[in-house]
Design a protein. Sequence first.
Length: 252
Amino acid sequence: MPPMPADPAAIRLLEAAADRAWPPAETLPHDGWLLAATGPGIGRRVNSAATLGDGNLSLEDKVAFVEAFYRARGLPAIFKLTPAARPAGLDGFLAQRGYGEDAPVLVMTRPLEAVPASDAPALPASPSPEWLAANAAVPSHYQAAPEAFRRLLGRIRLPVGFALLHDEGTVGAIGMAVADGSRVGLFEVGTIPERRRRGLGAALVAALLAWGAGHGAGEAYLQVMEANAPARALYGRLGFEAAYRYWYRVRR
């Protein structure tokens, strides 16, 4: 994989957009960090501390505060780190404290050409029962916490579109997009396992990108597990390039 740019300002902008698109149930700012809590089974982003500011407190005190915050909610303390994480040395400090690296993710982006709103596909603004059922059938999606996932979707305050493609009379691929000014984020993109290798994923992404461009976005972004080589290859073919990676530190 070629070296990725690590412009802290660009990373902060994309991370802020992703947090708005995927809102946790609770947030608490603390000395330059943002602590998010939602509950079990719904993923790490909405249950972790985003570490993008230096602050003024000692690192020892800040980490202890985060640990107490999550302990009070019955959740493990998780820190989300990027190349822009602050203060410097945080990753090594957490490693020495017994936190292991977990779930590295690539953030990939691509530019979008302008599309008149009248030419963009019209996507439902809420998920149908068929969409939710198909999403739960995709491995790694939200089978374990369907109610928490629906509540998360209900917290999104930005324009959102839910897409699904049928194949031989049944749903073959699903995904959703969240528009936020000049950016659109793609989430929950997946193909039903038995419908893979039919081009459905590419067609689904194309529809989401057209929808985002119709809502004024000039750039698209998505998150993909670093270990998911097939998905990374698909997105690369669709014009996405790796912008940066983020990872979590979780106490073992």
